[in-house]
Design a binder for this molecule. Structure first.
Ligand code: HSE
Length: 412
């Protein structure tokens, strides 16, 4: 089995090492000789000290050579990945990629192209790094009628928030470490603005609910506005802050959102820190399933790429993916609790307004807070009403957060 490897960055080099390490195992177990024939890179010189320098090339035609069976594309961004993958599938080569931008953007086209050419398109590493999640969702949980997915699926932002919370690091200090450790995308704005999580959530949702989701339609808020006070409030409330990606079936469609949330410490997902990802799936048949592991990094991600290779070696069936349509809901559909921060120059006026506007809700108000802030915790309200109420605060600036309850479902 001949492989063309595209890209030799963090995941590309990890994948190369992992395949070389397991060559003998594959020969023994499957009686197949795995042969990495070429490695496509932009600049060959960078690798001239490597023992396998002879494999490196800048000529993209090697991908489509007749003797290539599997193309492993580990380059980021849409271009030229899209052209390479499309052409590889048309040339009847199995494709493995970790590129969630590509898969989220061209989900239907690329899956159909693979099916029409009777080759497989594999992207286990595109969501959850080293966590086996797409294949279990796609095969083992089929027919389970999943109700919701609550997840932490961006390692970089989880790392930053954990470090800000646990070690009092600044946002910039934590981001720099995440980048140095190889978790962040080459352009970290897609991590911190939540776009990376949106793309992953779109992929997860399409495979789980069999509905087409354009990642651009997902209401997305990243962590760039999280400040030291948010962390301070979270500690005071005995909660944590996490960037959640939520997909939840509702009567009128699917609620999809990527947003920072305050989370009760008794919720299992609150314990998932640093580069770890966690995915909580709820279905009527299984109840709760929580799967967690390293969501980013060289070998965790390479391990998922490798699992795709084993799936090809195992000749896993190539299924057609048929997606229906759905309505994407922007507001969290259930009545839940919220934490709101008001910044005001006129405490008495804002306090008066809070009492008036939230009159019909149960809430706790705290005015002895830091700076010019008044905080309010509101109980058991739908987001659409919170938004309507907040429109009345045109003189104040505010931020509001969904509070995710603990495992006992009882809010503290
Ligand atoms: N930048 C991504 C993350 C890498 O931090 O989760 C893994 O997809």
């Amino acid at each position: 089995m001949n492989i063309a490897l595209l890209g030799y960055g963090t995941v590309g080099s990890g994948t190369y090492e992992l395949i070389m390490k397991n060559k003998e195992m594959i020969k023994d177990k499957y009686n197949i000789d795995i042969n990495i024939k070429s490695i496509l890179v932009r600049n060959k010189q960078k690798y001239e000290n490597l023992e396998h320098y002879n494999l490196f090339t800048t000529d993209s035609n090697v991908i489509f050579d007749n003797d290539i069976d599997v193309v492993i594309s580990l380059i980021g961004g849409l271009n030229p990945s899209y052209d390479y993958v499309k052409k590889a599938l048309k040339n009847k080569k199995h494709v493995i990629t970790a590129n969630k931008d590509l898969i989220a953007e061209y989900f239907i086209e690329l899956n159909n192209l693979a099916y029409e050419n009777n080759v497989s398109l594999n992207y286990e590493a595109s969501v959850g790094g080293g966590i086996p999640i797409l294949r279990p969702l796609n095969s083992m949980l089929v027919g389970n009628n999943v109700d919701s997915i609550y997840s932490i699926i961006n390692g970089t932002t989880n790392f930053i928030l954990s470090q800000m919370y646990e070690n009092n690091l600044s946002y910039d200090e934590a981001l720099k470490i995440a980048q140095d450790l190889g978790f962040a995308e080459s352009n970290p704005s897609s991590d911190v603005e939540g776009l990376d999580a949106s793309r992953k959530l779109a992929i997860l949702t399409m495979l789980t609910f069999n509905k087409y989701i354009s990642w651009k339609d997902i209401k997305t808020t990243g962590i760039t506005n999280i400040d030291a006070l948010d962390i301070k409030y979270a500690k005071k409330l005995d909660k944590k802050i996490k960037l959640f990606a939520i997909s939840k079936k509702s009567e009128n469609g699917i609620y999809l959102g990527v947003r920072p949330v305050y989370i009760e410490k008794s919720n299992q997902l609150s314990k998932i820190d640093n580069e770890y990802n966690g995915i909580h799936i709820k279905s009527a048949l299984t109840g709760d399933i929580l799967i967690y592991g390293k969501g980013a990094g060289k070998f965790p991600t390479a391990s998922s790429v490798f699992s795709d290779l084993i799936s090809i070696i195992n000749k896993s069936p190539i299924n057609k993916i048929n997606l229906g349509e759905t309505t994407i809901l922007e507001n969290y559909p259930d009545s839940v609790n919220w934490f709101i921060r008001f910044n005001s120059n006129n405490f008495s006026k804002t306090t008066e307004k809070i009492f008036k506007v939230f009159n019909s809700y149960k809430f706790d108000l705290n005015t002895i807070e830091f700076n010019k802030e008044i905080t309010v915790k509101i109980y058991n309200v739908k987001e659409e009403f919170i938004k309507k109420s907040l429109k009345k605060f045109e003189d104040e600036s505010y931020k509001y957060y969904l509070i995710i309850k603990g495992d006992s479902d009882v809010e503290n």
